[in-house]
Design a protein around this ligand. Sequence first.
Ligand code: DGY
Length: 381
Amino acid sequence: MVAKGWKVYNPSGKKRVVVTKELPGDRWLKILAQADARVEYGTETRILRAREIKAAIGNRCDGAIGQLTEDWGQALFAALRKAGGTAYSNYAVGYNNVDVDAATKRGIPVGNTPGVLTEATAEMAVALTFSAARRVPEADAYMRSGRYEGWLPALFLGELLARKTVGVIGAGRIGTAYAKMMVEGFKMDFIYYDIHRNRGLEKYFREYSKFLRDQGETPVKVTRATTVGEVLENADVVSLHPLLDETTHHLINAKRLRLMKKNAILVNAARGPVIDEAALVAHCKKNPEFKAGLDVFEGEPKMKPGLSSLKNVVIVPHIASATGWTRQGMATLAASNVAAILRGWPVSTDPLRIPEFLEGTAPNAAPSIVNAKQLGLPTLE
Ligand code: DGY
């Protein structure tokens, strides 16, 4: 028997894994079935409440895969542990919705899905950058409304980004991919802020600059800023790629928005609360030349009042990683995390091995467990 809103795969599996949403593709189901798991997955599109997830966990549950929209805190990890659960994976690279300490305290490994969504997310940040810069949604709505009467010299003037300055806050995997797309694609100067220096990226751009010089082209400049403000003051477009934690909550607030150029573009495909959204609404209202491209929102799925009526803001519903390949890859990684723990396999600690998990014969290991060290789990490498 399975409750309404849930489906079962491999009903005869001896272990029980609860997955709160149906995931794309079927490789993830096969991986869990190979670990002898009966998989129960939710088919509702709405966000499940903690009490509904608790009910799904029930009295016996060996592992779970949850969503970034769910609050995996003390209550759910206590329920999972009580039901005999020994494994959890988030279906996301970000895990700000997970209380990792609560899981660690109960000996539960927490998996995530890095590496597979880097390019997709960076591509969406690029798409938002240019949609905002060139006012694509506004122009699209104009065409559809039948108001176009012919080419005009000043119709939908936007911003030219080639050879200007791109800024990145948080130069990890996704910030780096975005920076390369913008610098190599549009020969922009680059300025970034990150508490960790990204020497590899700096070297990459120095060599790219040399290549440009050898081709007789103007080289690009690379700067590591010492403050967030320095990026905001100098860049024509700023893309945010930090992790969300207490140090990055409202990193972009009213005061910092005022540091930005009047016609700058702010892009966020990281996490909504990195921006004080109410302050952004006020700033965009006051500065019609300023633009923003947002994939994520402070109180998802809601937006702050006034945001959706601003013409200088492009908004999409947290779809930066939404390509079929990417979402299937995320499913493979989340399932591989849970299956590996259930099988007693070690944890891979080498991010370069992530592609090995996506097709063909995968290593006998969990691809990414964020609290592996705290739990003293054995490692593959
Ligand atoms: C993640 O995996 O953290 C992303 O936000 C999903 O798009």
